[in-house]
Design a protein around this ligand. Structure first.
Ligand code: SF4
Length: 493
């Protein structure tokens, strides 16, 4: 019997605790580290087809590039699939180059938002490092590529048949094959949870919105809303929501509960779990019918009816992560949010009534935002009083409408991709608007955090929750240690 073809699937080393898979990749103040959900899904598909995959999450495992290369030298992969993000793209390409130096035969394919948005740059910036880019939703493209490599040489003619692939041809030119249609039948994808079990240590992953230990699953891909800054629907998952069969999702949940002892939360990392409210209600009803008792967190829009929130609460939803973004009508219109401040207030009240905690996100610096409108948004955030909140300058990434808009106006202030992060890896402001520069936007975010988190009612609530629940205390301490330091020092711009 021929041994299975080895494949390396790599979340490559960059900064310690760099959370590459999140929508806005960075080292975070709360110590958040996302599961490599999309890489795990590609791994599941490759393993189901018989490939011998090493899924290596270097930031989570604390591995540097020499350690990754040493492991790859032992595995000798034929194909290396490497994730990308805008701030780490130079390191991502450097990882591909290092692999090709020690294993000249390895075929390197880069995937993820940055490679999808700028395939030509990624293919050509370091000659010989990157063999191909699998654009947008990449699982099926990577699987087809593996089959092509297994069955013969990687000639231009054979690579040219793979939809969704960009590659460097024999003359050194970049060739872009037609897009691959999105996978309509998500039920055809194998579950990711067994991949987590085989390849990852779930205790390494952390999200302050989910009690640890937690795992991240998805029930859908894509989002029909059109928020101009939102990265994944525009570079990976598409603007049409596609759904996994509910029973498949719940089989995977049941598997997690059986196979991860002590598991406390499942984070449904759909672009928006609540995009289709009828389906979300059916999902909650099915949890009840199956008698599954577990706590979960999800990304949600701030426009759910009270009865849906009540159904989610009954089904175990303990927290939702919500993009409120702004209270300013001009900013909300310019980012195409499709929500009003009044609707958000109703949502907040209904979530409170349903016993669901809310993590609110607020973004400053959209076209039309002024110092006054941002101060009004800070007042609004305090009045809305989500249980936790984050405030950050608008982060624009290649491939999004927002990036194109700021670039066209000459409002991107960053000079290199690395400038998307501070030297320590925290989010950096890379834009200005008509009236506010990047330093002022960062200072307003610092002010918002101080006003929100140092208000007596918030501190009192946190103290009470820590006293009532030891688990809550541990989570508050873990998330709070780094955060408080940043809160007091500010961003030092
Ligand atoms: S609703 Fe949420 S997931 Fe959908 S585009 Fe807007 S920010 Fe992105």
């Amino acid at each position: 019997m021929t041994p299975a073809m080895p494949v390396l699937v790599l979340n490559s080393p960059f900064l310690p605790n760099f959370s590459r898979p999140q929508r806005s990749p960075a080292v975070t103040k709360s110590g958040t580290l996302y599961f490599p959900l999309f890489l795990a899904q590609a791994t599941a598909l490759l393993e189901a087809d018989g490939y011998d995959v090493d899924l290596l999450d270097a930031p989570a495992a604390g591995l540097d590039l020499p350690a990754v290369i040493a492991r790859a030298e032992r595995q000798r992969p034929v194909l290396a699939v490497i994730d990308t993000a805008t701030p780490s793209i130079d390191a991502d390409i450097a990882a591909a180059a290092a692999l090709r130096r020690v294993l000249p035969g390895v075929f390197t394919v880069l995937v993820g938002p940055h490679a999808s948005a700028l395939p030509e740059d990624v293919l050509t910036s370091v000659p010989g490092a990157v063999c191909a880019v699998a654009r947008r939703e990449y699982d099926a493209t990577v699987l087809e590529l593996a089959r092509v490599l297994e069955s013969g040489p990687a000639t231009d003619a054979r690579l040219a048949k793979i939809e969704g692939l960009s590659f460097v041809d024999a003359s050194g030119a970049a060739v872009h094959n037609p897009d691959r249609p999105y996978i309509e039948d998500l039920g055809a994808l194998p579950p990711v949870a067994p991949v987590y079990k085989r390849h990852l240590d779930i205790r390494r992953y952390f999200n302050p919105n989910a009690k640890p230990p937690m795992v991240t699953l998805s029930t859908s891909r894509g989002c029909p809303f059109r928020c101009s800054f939102c990265l994944h629907p525009q570079t990976l998952t598409g603007r049409k929501a596609r759904y996994r069969p509910i029973e498949d999702v719940l089989d995977e949940v049941a598997w997690c509960l059986d196979n991860f002892p002590g598991l406390r939360t499942i984070f449904f990392e759909d672009d928006t779990l609540t995009a289709d409210r009828t389906r979300c209600k059916a999902f909650c009803a099915a949890i009840g019918r199956r008698g599954l008792r577990f706590e979960w967190t999800a990304n949600s829009r701030a426009d759910l009816a009270s009865d849906l929130l009540a159904a989610m609460g009954r089904a175990g939803c303990r927290q939702v992560c919500v993009g409120f973004e702004s209270a300013d009508p001009t900013a909300l219109t310019s980012m195409k949010k499709g929500l009003t401040a009044a609707r958000m207030e109703r949502f907040r009240a209904d979530a409170r009534a349903a016993g669901i905690k809310v993590h609110g996100c607020f973004i400053f610096g959209f076209p039309g935002d002024t110092r006054e409108s941002i101060m009004a948004t800070i007042d609004f955030a305090i009045k809305l009083a989500p249980d936790t909140a984050q405030f950050y300058p608008v982060m624009v990434y290649p491939g999004t409408e927002a990036y194109a808009e700021y670039a066209a106006r000459g409002h991107i202030t960053a000079e290199t991709w690395r400038d998307w992060l501070t030297p320590k890896g925290l989010h950096n402001c890379v834009v200005r608007n008509e009236t506010l520069g990047p330093r002022e936007l960062v200072r307003l975010c610092d002010l918002a955090r101080r006003r929100f988190y140092l208000r007596p009612s918030f501190l009192l609530r946190r103290a009470v929750s820590s006293l009532v629940s030891p688990g809550e205390m541990a989570r508050n301490v873990r998330a709070g240690r780094v955060f408080v330091r940043h809160l007091l020092r500010g961003s030092q711009v």
